[in-house]
Ligand binder design. Structure first.
Ligand code: ADP
Ligand code: MG
Length: 307
């Protein structure tokens, strides 16, 4: 019998923990801590792993800005570089636990709509802070900058909605051939249609929304978002905070629309889980990375149900 497919979305803590600088060794070591669980799951399911890339693409961007002798790559190309980098780190970490596991890392483009309203109001900060004197040079590049009091000027880029996974068929085929496919890293490389093909755009797609789209399109048996908290809390950060064990997709979307969850962190996760549940009729889970096995079996975190 063929194995069911599970999409695991790894959060930032899979790669970097608080206080770490982001060395290669740190990141592989962090991945190694969860590779035993990943290997266990790979024996039972076809696994498609997605991941964030915020700190990695941020560091790459800082390196480029600091060193002008070599041409810098556009943001979408930096996303491609980090997909490959992080995929390599996953390969190394997984092999150290079980060298027989076959891991494919896929450079993945995600189409966004050129008319997406996000392009009119860039909101996602990236890269270093700049001094006032540099502002004219940066504006000439067509960048949007925001002033952060006391820190300086910073570039902001649009965060459009994911529309289509360009490499969907490739992910499908690979998932049938290997044990683990790593895809849609960092939310995917944002591209818009251009002629017969695509053009990369400087934007950042939310990794949880892109992972949800992938899980929907693959009709995955389960979609599991792994992060650094036990699940979704109500009244988060207050003395009365409580973990939600189950949430209906409809209810979840209502809470998101009411702005109950922050837009930069838990909001997109709840939305991503709800969209998957509503579309596929299956259960999505938001759970702590360290409880990945239980999360897949429905025994940890917040389950978002198709109701
Ligand atoms: P990741 O990097 O794992 O994708 P984020 O850092 O973007 O995840 O989001 C996870 C964070 O969301 C948690 O560390 C927590 O501080 C924050 N958070 C905000 N609101 C909530 C909430 N209602 N329930 C749980 N966590 C929340
Ligand atoms: Mg984070």
């Amino acid at each position: 019998m063929s194995k069911d497919l599970v999409v695991l979305a790894l959060g930032g803590n899979a790669l970097l923990r608080t206080g770490e600088r982001g060395t290669f060794e740190e990141q592989v070591r962090n991945l190694q801590r969860v590779s035993g669980h990943i290997a266990r799951l790979a024996s039972r399911y076809k696994l498609v792993i997605t991941h964030g890339n915020g700190p990695q693409v941020g560091n790459l961007y800082l390196q480029q800005e600091a060193f002008k002798e070599v041409p810098g790559m556009p943001l979408h190309a930096c996303v491609a570089m980090t997909q490959s980098l992080i995929g390599y780190m996953v390969q190394q970490a997984v092999s150290s636990v079980d060298p027989s596991l076959k891991v494919a890392v896929l450079t993945t483009r995600v189409e966004v709509d050129a008319e997406d309203p996000a392009f009119k109001s860039p909101s996602k900060p990236i890269g270093p802070y700049y001094q006032e004197s540099e502002v004219p040079r940066l504006l000439e590049k067509g960048w949007t900058l925001v002033n952060v009091p006391g820190k300086g000027w910073r570039r902001v880029v649009p965060s459009p909605r994911p529309k289509r996974i360009v490499e969907l068929e490739v992910v499908k085929r690979l998932a049938g051939e290997v044990d683990i496919v790593v895809a849609v890293g960092g939310g995917g490389i944002p591209v818009v249609r251009s002629g017969k093909g695509y053009e990369g755009v400087d934007a950042v797609i939310d990794k949880d929304l892109a992972s949800s789209l992938l899980a929907q399109e693959l009709n995955a048996e389960k979609f599991v978002i792994l992060t650094d908290v036990e699940g979704v809390y109500l009244d988060y950060g207050t003395p009365s905070q409580r973990l939600v064990e189950e949430l209906c997709a409809r209810e979840a979307l209502e809470l998101v629309n009411k702005g109950v969850f922050p837009r930069g962190s838990m909001g997109p996760k709840v939305e991503a889980a709800a969209l998957y549940a509503a579309k596929t009729g299956k259960v999505a889970v938001i759970a702590h990375l360290d409880r990945m096995l239980e999360a897949v079996e429905g025994g940890s975190g917040t389950r978002v149900l198709p109701c």
